[in-house]
Each structure stands twice: as structure tokens, then as C-alpha cells.
Design a protein around this ligand. Structure first.
Ligand code: HEC
Length: 165
């Protein structure tokens, strides 16, 4: 039953995404918090790809899935955020002072525009008020290094980006 629903959702999303490929994603959710200005795709992408673990509230699940609401990884260095989404993370990671050791899947199969939309959504939702990120960010980070493994926790992310700065 759940699988059927998921399939129906996927199909519906496919149509929506195809129908909306005319241009770059609109900047999401200005911090003014006005309703109805966010492009619908971003929320849909989040619901489909992220909410099962991080929850629609962005609060995650204690001891399993870290929060995105109030997370320094979401609102901080956008290159690290892009790489977390593109390649995933597997290992220890601390978020808002709490340690997690789980598996964040890689989302390189999503397009640069889709990744930018979902990242921008997370940066401007809940209590988060960080500026949007662009599809170009994802194009650049995708091209940075051929990589077929998730980052080995926060330690490797920090090592790579300390060097790249
Ligand atoms: C299968 C569960 C799962 C899904 C689906 C998932 N994540 Fe994660 N995510 C995790 C886990 C677990 C971690 C922590 C990884 C670790 O402990 O090494 C994480 C970490 C993160 C982080 C860095 C830590 C934080 O909490 O800020 C970000 C940002 C993030 N995920 C964003 C996303 C976004 C955006 C999506 C959807 C495109 C997504 N995740 C989908 C499980 C998931």
C-alpha cells in the first residue's frame, strides 16, 4: 500500500518536474515568510527525498536522523552542504552539539536545479534564514572531484574543505 502511494507520488512528481523545466528554480521563500511565494517543487522534492528521515518539521528523529532545522550544516558553508547532498555522509557527525553516526544517502541523481531547490528550501524553512543557493554551486561541486563514496563523517568533510579554501 505504501509502495503504491510512493509510486503514485513519484509519477506525479515526475510530471510536475517535467512541466516545470522551463527555467531555473525561483528563489525560495524570502525570509519575509510570505505564504504562497515558494516554488512548489522544492517542498515536493523535500517531501519525497528528505522528509522520511529528517521529517517535515526538519527536526529529524532523536539518536537516528539529525535535525535540519537550526543545523549549522544547512545554514553554513554552502559548498559543504552541496557535497553532503551530492555524495552523502557515513560516519560520525555532530549537529547542534549532538553526535550522530548514521548514513546520509547520496543524491547525485537529482539535477543541479533540483538540488539547489531542495537545499534552498532547507536553508529558508523552519527557523532557518540562510540565503538561497544556486544550481551553479551544484554544477561546480559536482565537477570538483570524481567521487563514488560518501564522506567518512564530519572529519573528512572538514579535512577536504579546509584544504579547498
Ligand atoms: C535515509 C535517511 C535520510 C534521508 C532520506 C536523507 N538524509 Fe540527510 N542525513 C541522514 C543521516 C543519518 C545524517 C547524518 C549522517 C551521519 O551521521 O554521518 C544526515 C545528514 C544530513 C545533513 C548534515 C547534518 C544536518 O543535520 O544538517 C544534511 C544537511 C542533510 N542530511 C540533508 C538532507 C536532505 C536535504 C535530504 C533530502 C534531499 C536528506 N538529507 C535525505 C539521513 C537521511
Amino acid at each position: 500500500m505504501a509502495a503504491g502511494l510512493a509510486l503514485a507520488l513519484l509519477a506525479a512528481t515526475g510530471y510536475l518536474l517535467l512541466a516545470d523545466r522551463s527555467g531555473p528554480p525561483a528563489p525560495q521563500d524570502a525570509p519575509s515568510g510570505r505564504a504562497g511565494t515558494a516554488a512548489p517543487n522544492a517542498m515536493l522534492l523535500f517531501t519525497l527525498h528528505c522528509a522520511s528521515c529528517h521529517q517535515t518539521s526538519g527536526e529529524g528523529v532523536p539518536a537516528m536522523f539529525p535535525p535540519l532545522a537550526g543545523s549549522e550544516w544547512v545554514t553554513g558553508d554552502e559548498r559543504m552542504l552541496a557535497n553532503i547532498l551530492l555524495h552523502g555522509v557515513e560516519g560520525e557527525m555532530s549537529v547542534k552539539g549532538v553526535r550522530y553516526k548514521g548514513t546520509m544517502p547520496a543524491f547525485w541523481r537529482l539535477s543541479d536545479a533540483e538540488l539547489a531547490a531542495v537545499a534552498t528550501y532547507a536553508r529558508a524553512s523552519w527557523s532557518n534564514r540562510a540565503p538561497p543557493v544556486s544550481a551553479e554551486l551544484f554544477a561546480t561541486e559536482r565537477a570538483r572531484a570524481a567521487r563514488d563514496k560518501p564522506f567518512a563523517g564530519e572529519a573528512e568533510l572538514r579535512r577536504v574543505f579546509a584544504r579547498a579554501r
